[in-house]
Ligand binder design. Structure first.
Ligand code: ADP
Ligand code: MG
Length: 698
């Protein structure tokens, strides 16, 4: 049964096409102005018309409820459903939806993390309709994308700063582009295409693992005999269950207006990827949140569980979310497209240098935009980008920059590609090769930020990228504006670029980012290497960082402090839950199973001895496991003490550090003992499914 994609695409989305056909012309135009130019929606009457139209449309699609959908600091989306129901005369009911209800909601904010921004006594929070994203219908409700702010107007969510950063970027970039004679551009939009990695495992296995259920990752598990050693998973043909899952996932995503484009098996066994076509950062963020939800739900229909955690399994690759980022103008230019002759594309080179300078100066922000307890297990491990932020530009751009630095002439090389088989079509070679080990890699017409964790909301990295670029573009504009339209403009630009390249070259690294040498080399270059969330998070509050947030009105100082606090608190809570889960599994499942087995060995030994059988092997195994059980028990006790100690550490940063330095370290010890026990136990006696059962089962 084949799917008619154009027919089902966006059938549940109130997009521009629907708006155009359903809304009165003047209302449509007003809404479109809001969407395109960030103009506030004219008045409540307009909102009323929009609301009524959306309601009719949603009811046709089976909706009975509406919900203001928002992205609080919990890291997931939030929704509260209200029915369209309203009393009518004679005890009857009608379906009603007003402009007021569309525009504003008032969820009680007190149960969402605010990092001290909102006292419980003033719990009021508001959700406000974001007309720049699309409403959609799902599971009987109309979803209205909203932002979430406190009574005093401080941000409590991930969307508001994103919208602020997009607005600031547009203003800054439009002014910058005028320098290069780009006068027609009135709007610049940041774009994102988020490649989403995930694991798929059998629900029956999942249900037997408390660690997966409670923490999203396995806290125990000996390495299987075969991991990703043979490199035979990446792009491998799709097994039937996986293919069926992916087909349904695609269909559901298409119906929700998400251009799901690419699907394939990833490097680790049971690991896969879905990549949509890029869109604006705003819509892209909403769609990625939605995609993650749909991925999890569709999996359940197939008896599967979709794991979005960054590191569900030790010893094989973790999952990331490659955040492909660029900027496009309202007249259709991709500002990171170098064209065929990058050397002559001064506008591109200037933007590139702005990025080089920005990434170097704000590497700490880039790093912390991807920091979480889950992602800590991934960044810096040998498969993921290292925790050191650097940029990959590729050979040609490197050479172009070198030429600028040396005041030399760079000749663009003809880039014909030679395969050596006459019958094959010829095609031009790209200006960059790929480098999969770089955290921030130029990939031909965009940068791919690879640090982001698979379960993360992508708003934060995009807010920070946008803000950094704002700062650099505005600095460049200040410097270059006096020369605008003058004969020496090009020369002045080159002079500026030369200085920037000289000063910030250290951030460019085209080699192997996974290598030990790079860690040393980066240190020599003075690049920060923040290994964990607790190392990088305090830098959110560094003066230089707060300065740019305030300058572009992304966050005020309190809002940055609140965010720092929320991230650190979440870190501590995550590790605490993991530690407690380990303790519980150890006490209730793993240790009793081990002791039972030792006991049964001992009984066997006694019986064997009675009839004069040798029992060397039984004794050896029993002795070994008995010793391991002793060590295991001690480590459980120690971990328990450590968690109690951690709870009484005062200060949010200090507590997070304690969880990182002490509790996590103890968890590692405990795990290694458990894994050794597992390797010495009969499979049938081990109470939880082993790695090889889980990752080779689907
Ligand atoms: P890869 O080979 O890196 O795995 P994919 O095709 O899986 O590439 O994903 C590349 C992503 O980059 C897609 O989501 C694509 O839409 C996105 N992308 C392409 N151009 C841009 C752009 N100008 N801005 C943002 N994202 C882009
Ligand atoms: Mg990909």
């Amino acid at each position: 049964m084949s799917v008619n994609i154009p027919e089902i695409f966006a059938c549940n989305v109130f997009n521009e096409d629907v708006m155009k056909t359903r809304l009165p012309k003047n209302v449509y135009r007003a809404l479109k102005r809001t969407m395109q130019n960030n103009e506030p929606l004219a008045d409540m009457e307009t909102a009323d018309v929009v609301a009524n139209t959306i309601k009719e449309w949603a009811i046709e699609r089976g909706a009975t409820h509406y919900t203001h959908w928002f992205q609080p600091m919990t890291g997931s989306t939030a929704e509260k459903h209200d029915c369209f129901i309203s009393p009518a005369p004679n005890g009857m009911a009608i379906m009603e939806f007003s402009g007021k209800a569309l525009v504003k909601g008032e969820p009680d904010a007190s149960s969402f993390p605010s990092g001290g921004l909102r006292r419980t006594s003033s719990a009021r929070g508001y959700t406000a309709w974001d007309p720049t994203s699309y409403c959609f219908v799902k599971e009987g409700s109309l979803y209205i994308p909203t932002v979430f702010v406190s009574y005093t107007g401080e941000v409590l969510d991930k969307k508001t700063p994103l919208l602020r950063s997009m607005q600031a970027l547009s203003k800054t970039a439009v002014r910058f582009l005028k320098l290069f004679g780009n006068d027609r551009v009135t709007r610049v939009t940041s774009t994102v295409g988020a490649e989403q990695e995930y694991f798929l495992i059998d629900k029956k296995m999942y249900d037997q693992r408390e660690d997966l259920i409670l923490t999203g990752r396995t806290l125990f598990g000996a390495k299987p005999p075969k991991g990703q050693d043979l490199d035979d998973q990446y792009f491998a043909n799709l097994r039937p269950r996986v293919a069926a899952y992916m087909a349904e996932l695609d269909e559901e995503l298409w119906k929700l207006g998400i251009y799901s484009k690419t699907k394939h098996n990833e490097v680790a066994p049971a690991q896969h990827e879905m990549a949509p076509i890029f869109t604006t950062s705003n819509l892209g963020t909403d769609q990625n949140e939605l995609a993650m939800e749909v991925m999890e739900k569709v999996a359940l229909k197939h008896g599967l569980v979709c794991l979005l955690h960054e590191k569900p399994f030790e010893g094989v690759n973790g999952s990331g979310k490659h955040n492909n980022w660029s900027m496009s103008t309202n007249d259709g230019q991709n500002l990171l497209d170098p064209g065929d002759t990058p050397m002559d594309n001064l506008q591109f080179l200037t933007i590139l240098c702005a990025l080089i300078k920005g990434v170097d100066e704000y590497a700490d922000l880039m790093r912390l935009s991807a920091a979480s307890a889950g992602n800590d297990h991934r960044l810096g491990a040998d498969e993921a980008p290292p925790a050191i932020v650097s940029m990959f530009l590729g050979e040609e751009l490197e050479a172009v920059l070198q030429a600028i630095e040396d005041d030399a002439v760079y000749k663009t090389k003809a880039r014909a590609f030679k395969i050596g088989v006459d019958a094959l079509p010829s095609f031009p070679k790209d200006s960059t090769d790929r480098n999969r080990t770089s955290p921030f890699a130029f990939t031909g017409n965009r940068f791919e930020f690879r640090m982001v964790g698979s379960s993360d909301n992508i708003a934060c990295p995009n807010v920070l990228l946008n803000t950094i670029v704002c700062e650099e573009l505005s600095q460049f504009t200040e410097i270059l504006e006096p020369f605008k339209g003058k004969d020496n403009f090009d020369a002045e630009v080159r002079k500026l670029l030369k200085t920037v390249i000289k000063e910030h070259r250290r951030i460019i690294f085209n080699g192997d980012g996974y290598s030990e040498e790079w860690v040393k080399e980066a240190e020599r270059r003075g690049l920060p290497n923040y290994a964990s969330t607790v190392d990088c998070m305090p830098h959110y509050m560094d003066e230089k960082n707060v300065r740019i947030f305030r300058k572009f009105e992304i966050y005020n100082q309190n809002e940055v402090a609140a965010r720092t606090e929320i991230h650190l608190e979440k870190y501590s809570k995550t590790v605490r839950i993991e530690a407690r889960t380990m303790i519980e599994m150890a006490r209730k499942q793993l240790l009793p199973a081990t002791m039972d087995y030792v006991q049964s060995l001992c009984e066997a030994i006694a019986t064997k001895k009675q009839i004069g059988f040798t029992c060397n092997t039984d004794e050896k195994i029993a002795k070994k496991l008995n010793e391991l059980a002793d060590r295991f028990y001690e480590s459980i006790e120690r971990l328990e003490t450590r968690v109690t100690e951690a709870n009484s550490v005062s200060g949010i940063q200090k507590q997070a550090e304690f969880f990182h330095d002490v509790v996590l370290a103890e968890m590692d010890i405990m795990r290694s003992i458990a894994d050794e026990i597992e390797l010495n136990m009969p499979a049938a006696k081990w109470p939880i499914p082993a790695y090889s059962e889980i990752i080779y089962n689907v």
